[in-house]
Design a protein around this ligand. Structure first.
Ligand SMILES: [Zn+2]
Length: 225
């Protein structure tokens, strides 16, 4: 912060806690902990570099929030309030206006949730197009309103002698289908190849459908050669 647009920052800003040496250590530590920065160098010289995650965050963040001058501007207004020449409710209105503006432009920060989480993005939700993230129990749509999920412990895949993997999910999400070799028929114990089609219901629920090779298509469980 010390070098971040020094001319934008009022003299009193430092007194008010913007970029003081006292708060700097904590801020840097938080950035390192969250994986936005990393320490490099040897025992003699240590320096901080931003990570890919840090760079991406800056890219999706609205410019207004990135700027140190926003905080400086707030500090200045707080000071004026202290001196009685600025009204608290004006200040609050400005903040409200700014937040509503940012929420309206939410699209620009849409990717931020994915960045902030440690979960890998595997593709776009077939139901709502939001990011699908890999988690312990399966692959979940990041949109809280949407119920799309592919469970790791998946009854359908078990029934055809397969395990759902991250690579398969990626392909299913991008193509809506995958070719499966050596599926195992529960009835006859025979192996067969098939194409698996993924579809979703209106509420996001995932459905699977098999298309068999060398047979009438879609006859569930029947077309095994
Ligand atoms: Zn979704």
């Amino acid at each position: 912060m010390e070098t971040a647009g020094a001319e934008d920052i009022p003299e009193d800003a430092e007194r008010k806690g913007l970029g003081t040496p006292a708060t700097r250590a904590g801020t840097i530590e938080k950035l390192v902990q969250k994986g936005f920065m990393e320490r490099k160098g040897d025992k003699k010289t240590r320096y901080l570099v931003s990570t890919d995650k840090g760079n991406s965050l800056i890219t999706v963040m609205p410019e207004q929030i990135q700027s140190a001058s926003m905080t400086a501007d707030w500090e200045q207004k707080l000071l004026r309030m202290e001196h009685g020449d600025y009204e608290a409710r004006n200040f609050m209105r400005e903040i409200t206006d700014m937040i509503s503006g940012l929420v309206q432009n939410y699209e620009a920060v849409k990717g931020a949730e994915t960045l902030m989480s440690d979960h890998k993005r595997v593709g776009a939700c077939p139901c709502c197009q939001a990011d699908v993230l890999e988690k312990q129990k399966g692959w979940f749509c990041s949109n809280k309103e949407c119920r799309f999920v592919l469970w790791r412990d998946n009854a359908f895949f078990k029934s055809i002698g397969k395990h759902l993997s991250s690579g398969m999910v990626e392909k299913l999400l991008s193509d809506g289908r995958i070719r499966l070799k050596d599926c195992k028929s529960q009835k006859s114990g025979k192996n067969y190849n098939a194409t698996l089609l993924l579809s979703t219901e209106e509420n996001g629920r995932a459905n699977f459908h098999l298309e068999f090779e060398n047979s009438r298509s879609g006859t569930k469980g029947g077309g095994a050669k």
